[in-house]
Write a protein of this length. Structure first.
Length: 405
């Protein structure tokens, strides 16, 4: 995984900005198996890297593209542009269910067995995870996003489930998901949860046509406690995580119990002020009118202020539990927003794994995927509005205990 991420970083840091991807409404939803068939077919047809990548930008996966499957598809990639698009497909499908062929065929445990796994998880969360020492780590984040510009009708793009375009026939490249930038920064964690940095970020988010997630991911302890209090935890299925079966439970947390704080920067608030003088043919000369016709004149001003979106919405998600130890190896949370809000989606997946820190082995966050959908113009309550998808993937490395530094 590290090797793949390294090569991806080398590519995306040097990639030009004119990568083309189809808009969400034109996406063709396919399975992981169909994705593999598509790549093999295009390889046989000797399609170029740009042609393959252009086709991949027009599809949406209905199943999770796991890291193991993604790595197996890299042999079919024609070059760096295809590699980037496969990586985006993995990230955007991170909270979906893998293909049925990838799921264990083991029968679900009986009611007592399900309760026993949950009891182990509760003991682990409160007795081990919540007691983690103060840690530091290096977080490397890749940002992918689209623009909110629409594709021209003359572009030739359609929503057909049987066709994809392999030529650069997209009129506005900025309207498709592509790599934007990467950042690396040291972070501090208390009891497994990232804490606020001592210095406030001074970037002019929003005005630079990007968003920033001001809140940190929910602490595992907080999510598990809220799920327990809601009484909604239910057995869902078995799933393979890193080759080992994990027990997957679903949950839903209502508004009255939620502690999911969403804080996203920034959205415009436009204030219009000034003086308007309406005139007609009779009094037009007094207000600077010309030609004897009616009109309007005055001192018009428009100012734009940028503000954060904050909310504490209900949410639902899944917990992936090692049935033997009770260790939670993955957590998914999906916020539930009202249609009129300027934020429509914040879906987060956190993967946990054992790492060495200060001479000890601790299970901590090692990878996160955050899929967002927002209304960058701040006009979600209007009849029509535009949206922007921003995707963040982060890896945490170089863990140390603060006492050992």
């Amino acid at each position: 995984m590290k090797r793949f991420t390294f090569f991806l970083l080398l590519f995306v840091l040097a990639a030009p900005a004119f990568v083309f991807v189809a808009p969400a409404w034109a996406a063709k939803k396919i399975t992981v198996g169909q994705l593999e068939d598509m790549l093999r077919s295009m390889q046989r047809d000797k399609k170029t890297d740009v042609e393959v990548a252009t086709a991949l930008k027009q599809i949406e996966l209905g199943e999770e593209l796991t890291r193991a499957t993604m790595n197996s598809l890299m042999g079919l990639a024609q070059g760096p542009y295809t590699t980037e698009q496969i990586y985006i497909l993995e990230a955007r499908s991170a909270d979906l269910i893998p293909p049925a062929s990838d799921l264990p065929s083991t029968p679900a445990p009986d009611a007592d067995g399900q309760k026993a796994i949950l009891a182990k998880a509760a003991a682990y969360v409160t007795g081990t995870y919540a007691q983690l020492p103060s840690l530091t780590a290096m977080r490397t984040t890749l940002r992918f996003q689209d623009n909110f510009e629409a594709v021209n009708a003359s572009s030739g793009i359609t929503g057909s489930a049987s066709e994809v375009t392999t030529t650069a026939g997209f009129s506005k490249a900025a309207s498709f998901v592509r790599y934007i930038n990467s950042t690396a920064a040291p972070v501090a964690l208390e009891h497994g949860a990232e804490v606020e940095a001592p210095e406030k970020d001074k970037t002019k988010w929003g005005a630079n046509r990007m968003i920033s997630l001001e809140q940190h991911d929910l602490n595992l302890n907080t999510v598990f406690q809220a799920a327990q209090e809601s009484g909604s935890i239910q057995w869902l299925r078995w799933e393979l995580i890193n080759g080992k079966p994990a027990a997957v439970y679903s949950f839903g947390v209502p508004k009255k119990l939620t502690k999911l704080d969403v804080n996203i920067c920034c959205f415009p608030k436009i204030d219009q002020q000034g003086i308007a003088h309406f005139y007609n043919a009779t009094n037009g000369a007094a207000f600077g009118g010309a030609g004897g016709a009616g009109g309007v004149s005055g001192d018009f001003q428009t100012t734009t202020d940028w503000h954060e979106f904050t909310a504490t919405p209900p949410f639902h998600g899944e917990l992936f539990i090692d049935p033997d130890s009770g260790v939670i190896v993955r957590m998914i949370t999906e916020a539930e927003f009202r249609p009129t809000e300027v934020v429509h989606q914040v879906d987060t997946r956190v993967d946990y794994a054992p790492v060495k820190a200060g001479g000890k082995v601790v299970v901590v966050p090692v990878k996160t995927f955050v899929n967002t959908l927002v209304v960058p113009g701040g006009e979600s309550g209007s009849g029509t509005y535009t949206t922007r998808c921003t995707l963040f993937t982060s890896e945490y490395t170089h863990y140390e205990t603060q006492a050992s530094k």
